[in-house]
Design a protein around this ligand. Structure first.
Ligand code: SF4
Ligand code: SF4
Ligand code: SF4
Length: 442
């Protein structure tokens, strides 16, 4: 028996009648009569038998009409691809926190008030043993994170030296998330020797706003000018490293992003930089939802659509098929290692003792349930809503950390990350793409 696929969407573009299939990420132009007929087929599948043989095979090829097992088989195939990439031992990813200390005092910092600890030599030795134990890995990637990691540049150097001299797994790449204040000549020298793939530095909006938030803990002095000077050095001295500048915005300062995007992309034209908006996650008092000052998912997706369309961000406007949706929390061979050698799965959990899953010098996990919840329980195929969702093939999935908060901690977070789930955005995206295809063919 034949059916209209679960993953199709019929829409009108000016006078054109189109059918889009998220499973094949393609669409076909239809006659008005056939468009209306397909709509009727949705209600009454027996009408499909009236479709001419050649047309039917075209529709089957594009997965617009499928047989009864087809969607289930597709979901199984999708699940298999997800598992293959989640349970891969050949890639080993570590986020290393050499220090929890920070020179800034951002009001929203989730690490506020935590102990300003640093990795000791003993923890470094344990870390090297921990890496050696992952000998099935064919490549190792590292991200430096904090606190402010560059307050522990000596520790970073020590770890890198040991990795290069004692570890046989090749270091396939390293990146750093830094506040940028200490990106001085010492840091530049280190990363000329051990090149970085990318550096992420955050600005908290325009100079005035940034200086009111990202200020020196001890003197209250703002940091905007110094960060710009340091970024000047980075683009000059580390030209092969991508500089990602995250501009934090809330509803009230969205304009700052556009101003900075223009100014900084002109300043560093021709260099490997990307300037993108970051959305602060400010939680309510009970830690169950975001406050209304935050930019919500719908607003974020609309903004990204605009930035892609106007080429301010070099990303596809058209939906992209997502065969896998992993992050550090949901794949088996990625960990975040804190200063005491404690292990976390999610970046947002760092410093939360309840979210520690184990320690690098211990054989057994101390909190295996949390590990399984992240790696297995958060998968889309355990989620009824995703299993029946038209957007699944083009959706980047839900953030596991917030899904677990909703499941186990009374969270009320909006989890759908799919840009196309924003009202009307799928039409707009497809219309834009269709118009451009037509335009390109003229
Ligand atoms: S720079 Fe980062 S770690 Fe430091 S206070 Fe600000 S948010 Fe926290
Ligand atoms: S679960 Fe969410 S917050 Fe945690 S690392 Fe993954 S994407 Fe980031
Ligand atoms: S996360 Fe939301 S949009 Fe994405 S597949 Fe699941 S239900 Fe659909």
């Amino acid at each position: 028996m034949l059916f209209l696929d679960l993953f199709i969407f019929l829409f009108l573009q000016n006078k054109d009648h189109l059918v889009y299939c998220s499973r094949s990420n393609s669409f076909l132009k239809l006659s008005e009569v056939f468009f209306d007929f397909l709509k009727q087929c949705k209600e009454n599948t027996s009408l499909i038998l009236q479709i001419d043989e050649n047309l039917l095979s075209l529709l089957e090829k594009h997965k617009i009409i499928v047989n009864e097992d087809d969607d289930n088989n597709f979901l199984l195939e999708h699940e298999f691809a997800e598992n293959q990439s989640s349970y891969l031992y050949s890639s080993f990813g570590l986020v290393l926190v050499p220090t929890m200390a920070c020179n800034f005092d951002c009001s929203y910092c989730f690490e506020k008030g935590k102990r300003a600890s640093k990795m000791s030599d003993e923890v470094i030795d344990n870390l090297i043993c921990f890496i050696k134990k992952h000998d099935e890995a064919k490549k190792l990637s590292i991200t430096w994170y904090g606190g402010e990691p560059l307050l522990a540049v000596d520790i970073i150097e020590k770890i890198l030296k040991k990795i290069h001299s004692e570890i046989s797994i090749p270091l396939s790449g390293q990146t750093i998330v830094t506040n940028g204040y200490y990106f001085d000549s010492k840091a530049i020298d280190l990363f000329q020797k051990y090149p970085l793939k990318s550096i992420q530095i955050t600005l908290d909006g325009n100079k005035e706003r940034h200086n009111s938030i990202r200020k020196q803990k001890t003197t209250g002095e703002g940091s905007f000018d110094r960060l710009i000077e340091n970024m000047d050095k980075i683009v000059k001295e580390l030209p092969e490293t991508k500089l990602s500048i995250r501009v934090n915005v809330e509803k009230e300062n969205l304009k700052d992003y556009f101003d900075l995007q223009k100014k900084l992309s002109e300043r560093w034209e021709g260099h490997k930089i990307v300037i993108y908006p970051g959305f602060l996650k400010i939680h309510n008092d009970t830690n169950t939802a975001l406050t209304c000052d935050c930019i919500d998912n719908v607003e974020a997706h609309e903004l990204f659509f605009h930035l892609r369309k106007t080429k301010m961000l070099d990303e596809s406007v058209y939906p992209v098929l997502q065969n896998t949706r992993g992050c550090c929390a949901t794949v088996i061979n990625s960990y975040i290692i804190g200063t005491e050698g404690e292990i976390y799965k999610c970046w947002d959990d760092v410093t939360d003792n309840n979210k520690i899953i184990g320690y690098i010098n211990e054989e057994k996990l101390t909190n295996p349930s949390l590990f399984y919840r992240y790696v297995v329980g958060s998968k889309w195929y355990h989620n009824e809503e995703c299993m029946n969702c038209f957007f699944l093939p083009i959706c980047r999935g839900q953030c596991a950390c917030y899904r677990l908060r909703n499941m186990y901690e009374n969270g009320k977070y909006n989890l759908c990350q799919c840009a196309q789930k924003t009202p009307n955005l799928l039409n707009e995206t497809l219309e834009y793409w269709y118009d451009n295809q037509i335009e390109n063919k003229k």
